[in-house]
Design a protein around this ligand. Sequence first.
Ligand SMILES: Cc1ncc(C[n+]2csc(CCOP(=O)(O)OP(=O)(O)O)c2C)c(N)n1
Length: 634
Amino acid sequence: MLEKINKPNDLKKLNLDEKEKLAEEIREYILKIVSENGGHLASNLGVVELTIALHTIFDIPHDKLIWDVGHQSYVHKILTGRKEELKTLRKFGGIAGFPKTKESEADCFNTGHSSTSISAALGMARARDIKKEKNSVIAVIGDGALTGGMALEALNDAGCSQTDIKVILNDNEMSISKNIGGLNRFLGKLRTKKLYKKSSISLKNILLKIPLVGKPIVKICQRSKRAIKQLVIPKMYFEDIGFCYLGPVDGHNIKELENILKLSKQVKGPVLIHVLTKKGKGYEIAEKNPDRYHATGPFNIKTGKSKQAKKADYSKIFGDTLVELAEQNEKITAITAAMKDGTGMRKFQEKFPDRFFDVGIAEQHALCLAAGMAKEGAIPFVSIYSSFYQRGYDQVIHDIATQKLPVIMCVDRAGIVGADGETHQGMLDMAFFRLVPNLIIMAPKNFQELRKMMKKAVELKRPVIIRYPRGGENSEVWKNNNTKKINIEIGKAEKIKSGKDITIVAIGKTVEKAIKVNEKLKEKGIDAEIINARFLKPLDKKTILKSINKTKRIVTIEDGTIINGLGSAIKEIIVDEKLKNIELKVFAYPDKFIEHGSVEELEKKYGQDVESIVKEIEKIGKTRRQNVLSTSRG
Ligand SMILES: Cc1ncc(C[n+]2csc(CCOP(=O)(O)OP(=O)(O)O)c2C)c(N)n1
């Protein structure tokens, strides 16, 4: 069947048996690709039948289909002419792991971060109505994504709007880990309702919302006692806020799915279709361990075992250290926004369940919750990925920083993260946090420094940001360079090596790069001074100035955007101090969104790899210009 699926709408030619066969083949196809390239597996296996039914009943791209988060859009990509391209999934230059409008007309809205789909769908539907056009707008949102505040804000708005939109609630009882919260408990009650069958549809509200035929049918139904009984709908949240609720329906039964979607087309106003699916469906190993196979690197299909050796990473060091600190200090709490495994907090949860809080996909709430805790004397550690802090920016400013509350905000996945691409690259956190008064911003050069920074943060009683990258340290580098005792002093940089020709200032992960650059420069007879800035804020102006005045040439290396980071801060020093005859080169990522690819490929493309940096530094050695330069390729 998969051979017959080459263009959008090829699916529409298939009968039910053929579609069921196609579902099997799509599962095998996705399993093979994800086992080789890595990617989001379990969520995609769970939506195969749902996606087939959606593409059967609706006419994409005339009808608009928005995938919340978008990590479950692989089947959609296959059905919309990208079957072959899916083999390049998440590879540099290949197809993206999330919907991209520039990739296909069928992707009508970019996603990547959770809980945006209902807002976007409502916006599109309202624009459609203003233009007096006719098409369906459908948001597909998981029960996990529904825990995000934005989704609830959008439901609230849509519910009373009378606007025709369809919200498909893909309920698999899982976020990345088991879904949590009161809403999940409420969904639990709905799940136990009798599954929707075409023959059993007789709900008053649905009928009333079908124009022309609705009211007369209700009247007829009301004549029979049995019918009246059927017309009683349980009081429930979705109906109460204005949605017509359809379901629950078996999300792996194409026929029933098609029936309910067809019915939804007749309903006026906002409609919510509750679809029950199984995460990992069809691949037993993932069905049993959906959290492990939510997102995965390459793995062996037979055994499910990862093809990459597991090494310690920053998240693990963070998690282990947090447990150690919490053993000594009972005020320490830990907060995650649905990412306890990704951020390394599982161990803390096991050891201190009373001090651990998974709040759902709710970064804003996580941060304000931490502010409240800190106000009352707790010492909360919040760990959120860099790109997801974008959600909680106002809470960092308004709730934490203005009140100088001692919340320790750990920024995981800072810098280039690789294959998840532009929505997930941790490029902006240094720039946006640097603007915020009262924050101390630090970044460890290696595992040991992360441990020390966490310990220091507990003592500080101030709002603190600690940013660190995806993956681990380069142990080879630290084997040869880790001789000094780490002593963290606020606003104090560390001089790693003295030199007379050029100053290299780096921060966090890029200190490793600076050390490698130095090794190459040494071979070329260039004697570099290397400074580990440690703090972006407060920046150690004194140490940096002293070095600049000596070498007159300065290079900064950071894994963030070129705007408002370490390089910018040093430019400000040079200008403020009216320094003359200084040459500065800033190595950072350009002012654009960085696509997907491996970290190495992206570093090379944007001139941030060791070789490119060395080449540029050699040029500085040759040209002694008097102006301040700042470059970033891309
Ligand atoms: C703002 C934000 N926070 C966290 C994430 C990380 N994340 C990606 S998918 C996911 C779980 C989504 O669960 P659900 O919506 O139920 O979809 P499922 O994977 O179960 O199909 C999370 C937490 C994100 N993408 N965006």
